[in-house]
Design a protein around this ligand. Sequence first.
Ligand SMILES: NC(=O)C1=CN([C@@H]2O[C@H](COP(=O)(O)OP(=O)(O)OC[C@H]3O[C@@H](n4cnc5c(N)ncnc54)[C@H](OP(=O)(O)O)[C@@H]3O)[C@@H](O)[C@H]2O)C=CC1
Ligand SMILES: CC(=O)[C@@H](O)[C@H](O)COP(=O)(O)O
Ligand SMILES: [Mn+2]
Length: 409
Amino acid sequence: MTEQRGRTVTVLGSTGSIGCSTVDLLYSAQDATPGRFRVRALVGGRNVTLLAEQARALNAECAVIHDESLGAELERLLQGTGIACAAGREAVIAAAAMPADWTMAAITGAAGLEPVLASIRNGGTLALANKEALVCAGDVMLRAVSEAGATLLPVDSEHNAIFQSLAGSPMRAVEKIVLTASGGPFRNATLDAMRAATPEVALRHPTWSMGAKISIDSATMANKGLEVIEAARLFGVTDAEIDVLVHPQSVVHGLVQFRDGSLIAQCGVADMRVPIANTLAWPDRMETNAARLDLAQVARLDFEAPDPMRFPALGLARQALRAGGAAPTVFSAANEIAVDAFLGRRIGFLDIASVIDATLESLGNNPPIGDLAAVLHWDARARALACEHVTRMSASVGASVVGDTLLDA
Ligand SMILES: NC(=O)C1=CN([C@@H]2O[C@H](COP(=O)(O)OP(=O)(O)OC[C@H]3O[C@@H](n4cnc5c(N)ncnc54)[C@H](OP(=O)(O)O)[C@@H]3O)[C@@H](O)[C@H]2O)C=CC1
Ligand SMILES: CC(=O)[C@@H](O)[C@H](O)COP(=O)(O)O
Ligand SMILES: [Mn+2]
């Protein structure tokens, strides 16, 4: 415990769902063990009021807002506090580059990649929620971790569960790992209901409260696809060694099947403060206010195989993982464009997977990805291609498919 006193921490994406859970843990630690953590930088996207409030409450050294037009407002809100303020993309990367013992990476999408790489170069601990960064940059990011001697800890609930279940066992003892999936809001929906689904319905996750992008990813199961690729990269396993099991109660978060026949699982309530706390205190443990799991109340746990017909995004991610090269980068970038188009009612729900599929198809020869420049190039190329597919699909389906009627799936 003593070596963790005064650990410096930075939160990238502090105003989001994961960011707020992280800040909540820091508030609790501030009350229980003052001085255990010192906040170096807090980074937000647009929510300048919340960012300023967090920075004041945690007495952060600096607060950075991505949206440059909000820089003056941030200065005004933090006037007289002594907290340094900055705004814009370069300032976000500079904040991530400030040395910190522990950094939470919780910016959504590939936008988080360069801040993540800047943080890794400091050689501290990176708690990774931003799975898209690892999916799109793969080996480039892992090489940066090893060159900097940084520590990469998984925050994503399934991967953190597997990390906890491994408990330091060697990977040669592992037969396979199992990611659980809630099945999302359309677990029992018909294809017709899914075709007509509005953003409002798709955003209604049955068990977790999360940001918009990951909530739609859960509904299409592209989230589980991203997580299969994330798991392959984090644990050095192949597609064939990763199972996905639909588990609607979201009580068992991940499992490891060992070669001796033992199946070890990590369980808990659906509260991201638990895996975040695991990475914040690691290798120690810390208190959280999360509810305790009452198994008698849960009473039963169900498991079933995912349906590849209604959730093709999972299969597309597996194909991209097997293909390697730029395919995972393209999968993730196309998905970001498609989710954005669905939330903007330009395409229907089922078109999300179609946009990913068409973008992967139009990639042609699958080029290798050797450095950050190649990642950024193929990310941009995939976005441009995906936008063309969105335009084509929105012209052919018309607005009626994504109308305003709320359907109960
Ligand atoms: N939510 C969850 O339970 C889980 C999330 N994850 C992953 O964690 C990541 C974050 O998810 P979640 O917290 O739900 O998402 P949110 O949308 O709730 O939060 C995203 C955060 O990133 C900030 N942000 C957005 N764009 C930028 C940018 N360009 N530069 C700097 N900051 C930016 C937002 O700022 P602002 O709001 O101020 O605009 C916000 O603080 C995702 O990669 C997701 O897949 C993984 C497992 C579980
Ligand atoms: C909390 C978390 O880790 C999310 O990734 C969650 O797993 C999403 O739910 P799904 O299982 O429905 O994708
Ligand atoms: Mn997850």
